[in-house]
Design a protein around this ligand. Structure first.
Ligand code: ZN
Length: 99
């Protein structure tokens, strides 16, 4: 495991976040999302074998996410992030339902 260099750019997930396009891409590419722990996901592109780490966290009631790919480093939403966020939200809903 290597640490990402420099400060991590977190993308705030709001309704204004243009994730739809990335969600659509994730549906086409169908990356594998592995849950490391709640809030940390490893997304694998099955075609290229490239893996990226997506982190989701909540700060002051706002959701943030980041990805270790080039787009993520530039603070842009990517399909890895969209795929991981979808898994994260499902996990969060399941957690809530369990309590
Ligand atoms: Zn990414």
């Amino acid at each position: 495991m290597t640490e990402t260099e420099g400060a991590k750019k977190m993308i705030q997930l709001t309704t204004a976040t243009k994730l739809e396009k990335q969600i659509a891409k994730a549906r086409t590419v169908k990356p594998r999302v592995h849950v490391n722990c709640f809030g940390s996901y490893t997304v694998t592109n099955k075609q290229t074998g490239a893996t990226y780490t997506v982190t989701c966290e909540k700060r002051d009631g706002k959701r943030f996410a980041s990805c270790t790919c080039r787009a993520g480093e530039l603070g842009r939403a990517c399909y890895h992030l969209a795929a991981a966020v979808a898994a994260h939200l499902q996990l969060a809903a399941e957690r809530q339902a369990a309590h």
